[in-house]
Design a protein around this ligand. Structure first.
Ligand SMILES: *[C@@H]1O[C@H](CO)[C@@H](O)[C@H](O)[C@H]1NC(C)=O
Length: 324
């Protein structure tokens, strides 16, 4: 398990020799934006809704819960509950929506390939909504470093988050599951600007799709980088740190309650004639197309906030269409 002490020792052992900065200051700098802008609103809203939701269920839905408790695996009731809390958070904090929910199949496997924000909050809201509204659990592949934190394993167990090798992903899909992968991962999270994809030569997902013979659904969330941003200064240092440790060191700030809309693209069907490289290109093109169609570039936090008001949103859309 991975405690703060271990983390400090890890940092002291590895980095302080490498770059000469005060560790405590650096840690504070690294953690405080997260605490102030993310946890604070999150905790308040969660507490509020947890209370309201428990009472609500107890009063109205006791029978439904009793049924679910015996229906699926042992996590099912807890998953629905956590899903409802996140769904409520997305609704309040970001007026979160999914555009193209019908692209998610009712049955059978598919891979969802998504653009990775500074913090991928969209995927948490997305998982919750798909689970609650379509009764389908989307398995996800997460970066290895997350599994080193204590507390993550129980979430991973409940929400079916895996470190993800080609074999394990193919096996999941053969069992008719949905699987979400972000080829850019924490690299894209830290260094993407203007919603550009940063996949380098990562074909793993395409190999999985071809081997499992499943379609790919592109996914990107409008205004995601206005909700959380990575700092723009010190980019070269963080690139070097990432290259060396494969960990996301670039500080994140935000928590801005901008409008978030997840857009799902047309599913790209399995095609035996495509190489993994071709398929990767095809998916990247389709994702870029989604971004071009729906994203204001450069992004704006203020306009992202205004998007919550239908009047302003309509105006932006009509201007945007006009410009095309
Ligand atoms: C982002 O897009 C804006 C407007 O098109 C452009 O001026 C800016 O240079 C871009 N930034 C990067 C890092 O590509």
């Amino acid at each position: 398990m991975f405690s703060l002490e271990d983390f400090k020792q890890f940092l002291q052992g590895n980095i302080v020799n490498y770059i000469d900065i005060d560790l405590t200051l650096w840690l504070t700098w690294f953690l405080s934006p997260l605490i102030i802008t993310f946890l604070l609103p999150l905790v308040i809203v969660i507490l509020f809704y947890l209370t309201a939701f428990i009472l609500y269920i107890y009063k109205l839905h006791w029978r439904n819960i009793k049924d679910t408790l015996t229906a699926g695996d042992r996590w099912e009731a807890a998953r629905k509950f956590v899903g409802a809390v996140w769904d409520a958070h997305g609704w309040i904090w970001h007026a979160y929506e999914i555009n193209g929910m019908e692209k998610i199949p009712e049955n059978g496997p598919a891979i969802i390939i998504y653009y990775h924000g500074a913090i991928p909050i969209d995927i948490y809201y997305f998982l919750a909504k798909v689970y609650l509204h379509k009764n389908r659990l989307v398995h996800t592949v997460a970066d290895n470093f997350l599994f080193k934190f204590s507390g993550f394993s129980i979430i991973a167990d409940c929400m079916k988050v895996i470190p993800g090798t080609v074999q394990s992903c193919v096996a999941l899909l053969k069992e008719e599951n949905l699987l979400a992968i972000s080829p850019g991962g924490v690299y894209e999270a830290q260094f993407s600007r203007n919603y550009s994809l940063m996949w380098k030569r990562r074909f793993g997902f395409a190999k999985v799709a071809i081997e499992a013979k499943v379609p790919i659904i592109p996914m990107y969330t409008e205004n995601l980088r206005e909700a959380f941003r990575t700092v723009n200064i010190g980019r070269r240092l963080f690139l070097r740190l990432y290259a060396r440790f494969k960990l996301p060191f670039a500080p994140v700030y935000g928590g801005f309650p901008v409008k978030l809309i997840t857009h799902l693209g047309e599913p790209i069907p399995y095609d035996p004639n495509l190489t993994p490289e071709d398929l990767q290109n095809k998916v990247a093109e389709s994702l870029d197309e989604l971004v071009k169609k729906h994203q204001r570039i450069p992004g704006s936090i203020l306009r992202g906030l205004m998007d919550r008001i239908p009047y302003f949103r309509k105006q932006y859309n009509s201007n945007h269409v006009h410009n095309d």
